[in-house]
Design a binder for this molecule. Sequence first.
Ligand code: COS
Length: 385
Amino acid sequence: MDFELSMDHEILRDSVRSFAEKEIKPVAQTLDKEETFSYDTMAKMAELGLFGIFVSEEYGGQGMDYLSYIIATEEIARVDGSHAATIAAGNSLGIGPLYYYGSEEQKKKYLPKLCSGEALWAFGLTEPNAGSDAANSKTTAVLDGNEWVINGSKIFITNGSTDISAGSTVMCRTGSREDGRPELSCILVENGTPGYTAKVMHDKMMWRSSNTSELYFEDCRVPKENLLGKRGHGFYQMMETLDGGRLSIGAMGLGGAQGCLDMTVRYANEREQFGRPIATFQANAFKLADMATEIDAARLMLYRACWLRDNEKPFSKEAAMAKLYCSEVMYRCANHAVQIHGGYGLMKEYDVERFYRDQKLLDIGEGTSEVQRIVIARHIGAKCL
Ligand code: COS
């Protein structure tokens, strides 16, 4: 067993950490307050190579492993959840399905621009009435000659309506299966296609400087060739994509928790009450110790799941466990961080206030904590519905 990260992973961590401290941390609070997606930091993240990290160089990617992508996401999340969301949705949800299921032609057409960060691609799964029950999607696609005609809508879609959003992978009902269940397929829809509109969603509690959208399809026609992979395989593609995506949510929990710990150790050593630094009170120091311990466990769990994925071993259960645990660790760390910051922790001037709000997404997005428990329970043989 080897717990040492490779030199490449360490170098990547150092470079993303210093980038995040220098370029993202100073602007994160204002962007959050103004609810603004920053094209400036987006371009800088792209320049650093944060898109297409696990995609082979042939398609414009960095050719690194999944753990590298997770470490990069973790380091961005250490300073800001919104920027980490842009990276995570851009890579695992946007690029992932095209890279893993796309035809050679589709990969050549879309991946280079997505890997260079010139464009973003979205993952159209969730609908107003199909959240946890994702297979119950109502968006339809009917084949009419050489075109799919799509009708329906999607909601809570990250990166769907920025100025550089190029399109989305949309899961649609394309018929019925022999067993009576809906046949679900993924279809690629480019921005600008008549009948397709993407609208930004405002007034979020969390990830306020990431782009969240509603997508609408009204008799939207796309060529038959825009089918992704095999007809009827849409739900499997989405579920497999979410297995990888859940590792990025884990990374966001881990990175956010680490950010909370780093800020809070510093604050507790500087802030004095009763004539001494508040870190000297066991009530606070023990909270910090608990945070550090849980972060360590979360990191081991997440990296182990990445190792399984990188070594082409089954990792669905471990991804669900890592996502569940890392988000819960982030919740406890953000809670301790605000508690130790006292009244200042309730003020927007202090980053822990934003971290406290941002963490809530983690046990809802890419499968709620309850859905993760369903996945885990089924994997261990429990007949959980
Ligand atoms: N990879 C590949 N295939 C998978 C899979 C996975 N991880 N998980 C399930 N499948 C397959 C099953 O094998 C099954 O195949 P058949 O239809 O051929 O038998 C099919 O998908 C349906 O699986 P299942 O019966 O388990 O689906 P359920 O409707 O019971 O749903 C949950 C299971 C709840 C786990 C699923 O709907 C889910 O993950 N929901 C949350 C969705 C989510 O995370 N949304 C957030 C999006 S934010 S980007």
